[in-house]
Design a protein around this ligand. Structure first.
Ligand code: GLA
Ligand code: ZN
Length: 683
């Protein structure tokens, strides 16, 4: 069964309303809700006095309507009575200030008392709901995140370091503490990198980021262990925050769960542009799918899918008619096996009273309800067909949390941000209708033809060897500037850049120019004719002679020396005019492209068809700009999702006959018109 549903907060509404809600949910086609993840003060109003009666009654009503539940463990938002016990449980921020009560996520994940109380409420809930037929599983906490710098964490950091380093001598050597006389004689001398300490030692700061991430992984594991013990038949997940969140090593956080779920808000008050860049949610989905599983990743759930305008203080641009359904199908196209909207009815009170759900405050069904109901009707027919299908991309992008943290500590250039750079490269490839995995550098790469690793900053000998093997076997690897700069301790390597990857690149960086804001350095580009069969369209061929707005470098210029690589682009300006900027090297059966700059985005757009052609990767279907195509496979057959993200109808030319599963299986062939924000699922 395809899971389709909504996040529901019955505790916000009178009990008489619950049966009406349940009926309307069932009519919309919902079969699952998430409940209780912020209900600690109702589940345990006073210490040790648990009240599950209300939740039992909600579950009974929902269950009468064929709806089952994911229960949230309520630890993201502790009740005041708990936090009044010990102010030491409040998190300390990087600026050294202790958080106070009033929002949520105020706790320190390492505090023993907070851990005890978390385990108590989780145990009580797990014991009560272990055999409950309406309970499907658990979401642990809610959107883990936020580093803590409190004294408890400082002590725990010392213990964590003592585990990681055999001795203080090793630690001093690894961090280079001789610099500015920071040599530590005792573990307790080691500080946390709070802002009052000034710009920290990069080795210490990176280890602190790793420690904070491990703290949440460990805190989550306490809850996982209880749930596994008490409720062996239940699934256990957490709601992640997509590509954009970068304070937790998500590969580790995903490890102890059954599946990854995430919260997808294509348009919120925080990014109030009128247009949604469809590559942004796509990147979120691909990143989440890549957190678990081998090639193609593991399908995921969307635990919170946007169903209305977001809003805390501001009210975001509402989803235009058709967008809620379009974004939900986009999620499915990228591997979602469940769509759960946030939220059922817009709250009348609290911080999120403008975060709109499917129903407005007045609860009368409107256009958003009609849209999710339409999709619910469709899923009744096609849910079974979608279930069990998986993605099978030939392209992978390597994203690395160590790199993200190293760049948080030292940004390198004010015009550079690793997530933005990554997104620009992703967007360029995504616009060419190729499926992509976004995976950790240590992932199994053997099934990919093209691997793109933007600014792969930290490289261990094991990673270098793995990439060498991938290319030697015939893979194409693409690197950009600031790759191979650091070792895993966050120290700069003592060789020409890109360090351990220089042999693969067949080129090295002799000098570099960190560019001031707005500066552009011209490029002369001559992309070599490919010996693989070129199957680019005429327009794409033309793009190979890069359009002039993309014939430049911004932010950073690596001044390269070829050690055998073919020069693909040279700088045409500056003291390094004529020196190589982009190279292509043959290595074993494969090839390596080194792009010695970090922008502009238009450069990656222009290079994308050539890079894909180098990897022999074909677009799934050729479609107009703004239309996205994605493919889910089962055995030898696939489902083709065609998604029109534009506000206009688009003409699509199909190369063969298909059935459109969303249009009663109607046969389609040749030229078809996809309405504005329309979706086709072709089989
Ligand atoms: C997050 C949280 C939800 C809610 C929404 C909207 O995704 O998990 O509880 O706060 O954002 O703000
Ligand atoms: Zn702490």
């Amino acid at each position: 069964m395809f899971h389709y549903g909504v996040d529901y907060y019955p505790e916000h509404w009178p009990e008489e309303r619950w049966p009406v809600d349940a009926r309307m949910m069932a009519e919309a086609g919902f079969n699952v809700v998430r409940l209780a993840e912020f209900a600690w003060s109702k589940l345990e109003p006073e210490e040790g006095h648990f009240d599950f009666d209300w939740l039992d009654r909600v579950l009974a009503i929902l269950s009468d309507h064929g709806i089952r539940a994911i229960l949230g463990t309520p630890t993201a938002s502790p009740p005041p009575w708990l936090m009044a016990k010990d102010s030491g449980m409040f998190r300390v921020r990087e600026d050294g200030q202790r958080v106070t009560y009033g929002n949520r996520r105020e706790y320190c994940p390492n505090h023993p008392l907070y851990r005890d109380h978390s385990c108590r409420i989780v145990t009580a809930m797990a014991e009560h709901y272990a055999g409950h037929p309406a309970v499907l599983g658990w979401q642990i906490d809610n959107e883990f995140g936020d580093r803590c710098y409190c004294p408890v964490c400082r002590q725990a950091f010392g213990d964590w370091l003592a585990q990681r380093y055999a001795s203080l001598d090793d630690l001093n050597l690894a961090w280079g503490t001789i610099f500015w006389s920071h040599v530590y004689n005792d573990w307790v001398e080691i500080p946390t990198p709070v802002q009052t300490g000034g710009a920290p030692n990069p080795g210490l700061a990176l280890d602190y980021a790793r420690f904070c991430s491990d703290s949440y992984v460990e805190y989550q594991k306490l809850q996982v262990d209880i749930l596994r013990r008490q409720c062996p038949g239940h699934l256990v997940t957490h709601n992640f925050m997509g590509f954009r969140y970068d304070q937790i090593e998500y590969y580790n956080l995903a490890r102890d769960l059954d599946l990854v779920a995430w919260d997808n808000y294509p348009r919120t008050q925080w990014g109030m542009g009128a247009d949604v860049d469809a590559s942004a949610p796509a990147l979120g989905h691909d990143t989440m799918r890549g957190l678990r599983g081998g090639p193609g990743g593991q399908n995921f759930w969307v635990m919170e899918e946007q169903s209305g305008p977001g809003g805390w203080q501001m009210v975001s641009v509402p989803p235009r008619p058709g967008e809620i359904r379009l974004w939900a199908y986009q999620a499915i196209a990228h591997g979602a096996d469940a769509i759960i909207y946030f939220r059922w009815r817009t709250a009348r009170f609290g911080t999120e009273q403008y975060w709109h759900g499917i129903l407005d405050h007045h609860a009368q069904p409107g256009r958003r309800y009609a849209e999710v109901k339409q999709m619910g009707d469709e899923l009744k027919h096609i849910g079974e067909i979608i279930q069990g299908t998986r993605l099978r991309p030939a392209v992978a992008m390597l994203q690395d949390y160590d790199a993200r943290w190293a760049f948080q500590i030292q940004g390198n250039n004010p015009g550079f941000a690793y997530p933005r750079h990554f997104q620009e490269v992703y967007r360029a490839l995504h616009a060419r209708q190729v499926g992509m995995d976004v995976v950790s550098p240590m992932h199994d790469l053997s099934s990919y033809r093209l691997v793109v690793a933007p600014a792969l900053h930290l490289v261990s000998p094991a990673l270098a060897e793995k990439l060498e093997h991938f290319v030697a076997q015939g893979g194409v690897l693409v690197l950009t500037a600031r790759s191979g700069v650091k070792d895993p301790a966050n120290n700069v390597v003592n060789q020409y850049l890109p360090g351990l990857l220089a042999g693969l690149a067949g080129a090295h960086v002799e000098d570099y120019d960190s560019l001031p804001e707005g500066a552009r350095v011209g490029l002369e580009v001559e992309l070599p004719t490919l010996d693989r069969a070129l199957t680019l369209t005429f327009g794409e061929q033309a793009a190979l002679n890069l359009p002039c707005e993309s014939r430049c470098a911004t932010t950073w210029c690596d001044i390269l020396v070829s050690d055998g690589a073919q020069v693909v682009a040279r700088y045409s300006e500056e003291y390094y005019a004529g020196r190589p900027a982009i190279t292509l090297n043959s290595y074993g059966k494969g090839q390596v492209v080194y792009i010695g700059t970090l922008g502009p985005a238009a450069l990656f757009d222009a290079l994308a068809p050539w890079l894909l052609a180098l990897g022999g990767v074909q677009p799934v279907l050729r479609v107009p700009a703004g239309v996205e195509v994605a493919e889910r496979w089962q055995g030898e057959s696939s489902l083709l999702f065609v998604l029109n993200h534009t506000g206009q109808a688009q003409e699509i030319t199909l190369p063969r006959a298909y059935r459109d599963l969303l249009d009663t299986g109607k046969a389609v062939d040749g030229q078809v018109t996809l309405p504005a924000r329309g979706v086709m699922i072709l089989a």
